[in-house]
Ligand binder design. Structure first.
Ligand code: FAD
Ligand code: EPU
Length: 339
């Protein structure tokens, strides 16, 4: 297997940050991966990073280790019954290709997750979610390679500790496993999920008479395209921060002064606040310094207009965190992985 040296990662991250990886290798099979981990050149590395589409990463410095770009391919139906179909997809497939495959075959469940950038293997890492659906709602199992034990292990739904933009792979098992494939349990008879207000509105605007997973996918694509910057045109990694979950008391305190506060109940004691609202209220929407900025349409998205460094984007995120904390007493947590 070829291990390249001093490779620019600019083509491999959607923020378009130009940093250098000391070493870089592509893998297309488990065999190649095993070969790599038994390679004597590998054991000297102190760090390694598995990369999918680089759409949830901010590089703030050169990477002093090996970057492994996942190119595992393949989508297949592994079993089915009258209600469900189990679709197994290799980690290097593009997520949206998998969505399109399922729509084409009328397998329902991931149409609301249309157009999320990146690869299948990263989807469980933060339990991707959008428009009322999360990966966990259709997840069946995954297989992952433990690079130190050199074993392939299976994780079922309950093993993954999925939460809002969270999983066991971001916490307890961080950097321990390389996800090889995932299997989704999809519906042959769709249960449409249009509870997210914007979808209903968009379906109306599209003059849809009869619901289908294809229509829902198109509605989601239209909504996303209207407010999220296309990484091919402007560097970004989607929402930079998570929507913060705060106590009922904190939410009420803010609401007393700001009756337009956007919040959603999580349970009897907690509310999720729209981070975009908090950031806009602090005056950051449309802010730009050099090439680092806060998107004018969706301020939760930080952008690289050209040649911003990862440090500049990070510094901007730090300033936003501090100002939201000062104004509202709420600490924003970054969704994007900082490397
Ligand atoms: P990468 O950025 O390459 O990696 C992300 C993390 O996962 C890294 O820590 C990496 O090491 C790890 N990783 C990647 N592959 C593997 C693997 N095979 N095994 C183990 N670890 C791995 N996210 C949402 O949840 N909802 C959205 O609506 C959404 N919208 C977005 C819109 C835009 C415009 C953009 C740019 C991003 C958006 N995202 C969204 C974030 C992003 O697309 C997802 O998090 C996606 O799953 C990242 O996939 P990736 O392959 O690019 O991961
Ligand atoms: N808002 C403002 N000002 C703005 C924009 C939005 O106040 O300029 C308020 C609006 O009231 C709006 C609310 O923020 O109703 C929420 O905005 P939006 O519907 O765009 O969703 P979001 O909370 O910003 C989340 C996810 C997205 C996901 C969408 C749709 C997080 C961190 N982000 O965004 O995921 O696509 O909902 O479900 O949960 C991502 O994770 O990268 C991502 C893009």
């Amino acid at each position: 297997m070829e291990i390249q040296k001093n490779i620019s990662l600019k083509p491999y991250n959607t923020f378009n940050i130009d940093v250098i990886a000391k070493q870089f290798a592509l893998f297309q099979s488990l065999n190649e991966l095993e070969e790599l981990f038994s390679d004597s050149r590998f054991t000297v590395h102190d760090s390694q990073l598995i990369l999918g589409g680089g759409s949830n990463i901010l590089f703030t410095k050169n990477f002093d280790g090996i970057v492994l770009k996942n190119e595992l391919k393949g989508i297949e139906v592994i079993k089915e019954d009258t209600e469900h179909v189990y679709v197994k997809a290799a980690a290097g497939e593009l997520w949206h290709h998998l969505v399109l495959y399922c729509i084409e075959h009328n397998y329902a469940g991931i149409e609301n997750l249309s157009l999320i950038p990146g690869c299948v293997g990263a989807a469980p890492i933060q339990n991707i979610g959008a428009y009322g659906v999360e990966l966990k709602d259709v997840f069946y199992e995954l297989e992952a390679y433990h690079w130190q034990d050199k074993t392939v292990q299976t994780f079922k739904l309950n093993d993954c500790a999925f939460g809002y933009r969270e999983s066991i792979f971001k916490n307890k098992f961080k950097n321990q496993f390389i996800i090889l494939n995932i299997t989704l349990k999809l519906n042959k008879h769709p249960k449409f999920n249009t509870q997210y207000g914007a979808i209903e509105k968009e379906l109306e605007a599209m003059s849809v008479k009869e619901l289908s997973i294809k229509n829902i996918s198109q509605a989601v694509i239209n909504i996303r395209s209207s407010k999220l910057p296309d990484p091919k045109l402007i560097g970004n990694a989607g929402s930079f921060f998570k929507n913060p979950v705060v106590s009922k008391f904190r939410k009420h305190t803010i609401w007393e002064y700001h009756k337009d506060l956007v919040s959603y109940p999580v349970d009897a004691m907690n509310y999720k606040l729209a981070a975009a609202w908090l950031i806009e209220k602090c005056g950051w929407k449309g802010y730009r310094k050099g090439d680092a900025g806060c998107n004018p349409l969706q301020p939760l998205v930080l952008v690289n207009y050209g040649n911003a460094s990862g440090e500049e984007i990070y510094e901007l995120s730090e300033q936003i965190i501090q100002s939201v904390k000062k104004e509202f007493g709420v600490v924003l947590e970054r969704e994007v992985n900082i490397i």
